[in-house]
Design a protein around this ligand. Structure first.
Ligand code: HEM
Length: 318
């Protein structure tokens, strides 16, 4: 299966840090059968997301959510604890009351990566690593309205890349990375751009493809169920090894793993933070995947070739 980043369809690299729990079929979150279904039987169209063992009804809030409604709709019925921790400042659930409870997936709870990367988030936060960012959207001027206006002028008007489309797809890409069968049809934001937009983005575009296309992909049904979200980020990203004076060339995104694990972190912290991420990976038995630009290019092309061959073989045998 593709799920848990271990499946035959998309796996092509031998060094993909084989997840410990990859051989299990998808599990169900206990609460899906009890509180979740009970609540839905009386609130038919409710959107319920799971955080730290509690179900939260985000039905009406979703349209006011600064990260967009689509992300919450896509999180319906899922345990998104790690995503919520990683994407927000402080406790965004303060003042919220759960409408039911569930047991977090045992595979995720057993995974030492979940705790280790959450602790690292706290460590980075205590050290002030998340302060002053131009990286995560809306943090250019720290005024959401002005930043969105800049996005419309420079993105939509000057380059023809819709800033809201990019924003929504990009958030989705961050939350649900390397998902092969995305129902929302956002297969990958990079692949959907017009050719001229890709040329305009130049190295950034190539960089983003290299960071993911040489890595394994998963199935939507397995998201946050069989693999801890932090572990999934390590499994679906790779870093490009460069000397420090080349960081400008990649815009800092050569450190793609830390960018995905902690999307709020400004890029000038990436090199320093990656050292700690590497140590934590070693502690929990993961390997931080790093290689040269040319090797990443080679891995991406051979992976695409392999996937293409599998696809054409499956069509022939159909
Ligand atoms: C009940 C649960 C949630 C609440 C109350 C909530 C609340 C908020 C708030 C207040 C912000 C703006 C402030 C900040 O960035 O810290 C925000 C931003 C964001 N949220 Fe959520 N959120 C929830 C769940 C989620 C989930 C499940 C996801 C992803 C799957 C998500 C993704 C995002 C993203 C990407 C942003 C950044 C938006 C931007 O910078 O423009 N949120 N959320």
């Amino acid at each position: 299966m593709v799920g848990s980043f271990s499946g035959s369809l998309t796996r092509s690299t031998e060094d993909d840090n084989s997840p410990q729990y990859s051989d299990r079929e998808s599990l169900t979150i206990t609460g899906v059968d009890s509180d979740f279904s009970r609540y839905l039987s009386s609130h038919h169209n409710a959107i319920l997301i799971g955080v730290d063992g509690g179900w939260y009804d985000v039905t009406s809030f979703r349209h006011r959510h600064p990260g967009g409604a689509a992300l919450l709709e896509k999180s319906h019925g899922r345990d998104v604890t790690e995503i919520v921790t990683s994407f927000h400042e402080g406790n965004v659930l303060k003042g919220w009351r759960p409408v039911g409870f569930y047991s977090r997936p045992i595979e995720v709870m057993k995974d030492p990566a979940a705790k280790a990367f959450r602790d690292l988030h706290k460590e980075f936060s205590d050290k002030g690593y998340f302060k002053t960012s131009m990286e995560w959207h809306n943090e250019m001027t720290h005024n959401r309205f002005i930043d969105q206006l800049c996005g419309i002028v420079f993105g939509s008007f000057f380059t023809g890349i819709s800033s809201s489309w990019w924003r929504d797809e990009h958030f989705e890409h961050h939350a649900f990375t390397n998902v092969a069968d995305d129902e929302g049809n956002s297969w990958d934001v990079q692949m959907q751009e017009d050719l001229w937009a890709q040329i305009y983005e130049g190295v950034l575009h190539v960089q983003l493809l290299l960071s993911h296309y040489g890595k394994p992909w998963t199935l939507e049904k397995d998201l946050m169920v069989t693999t801890d979200w932090y572990r999934a980020q390590i499994l679906s990203n790779l870093d490009i090894k460069t000397p420090i004076w080349m960081d400008w060339f990649h815009g800092g995104l050569n450190f793609h793993q830390v960018h995905h694990l902690y999307p709020r972190m400004p890029r000038h912290r990436f090199r320093e933070a990656t050292k700690r991420v590497r140590e934590v990976c070693e502690d929990v038995g993961l390997k931080l995947d790093e290689c040269s630009f040319t090797e990443a290019l080679w891995r991406t092309l051979t992976h695409l070739k392999k996937m293409g061959r599998q696809y054409s073989d499956s069509i022939k045998s159909y």
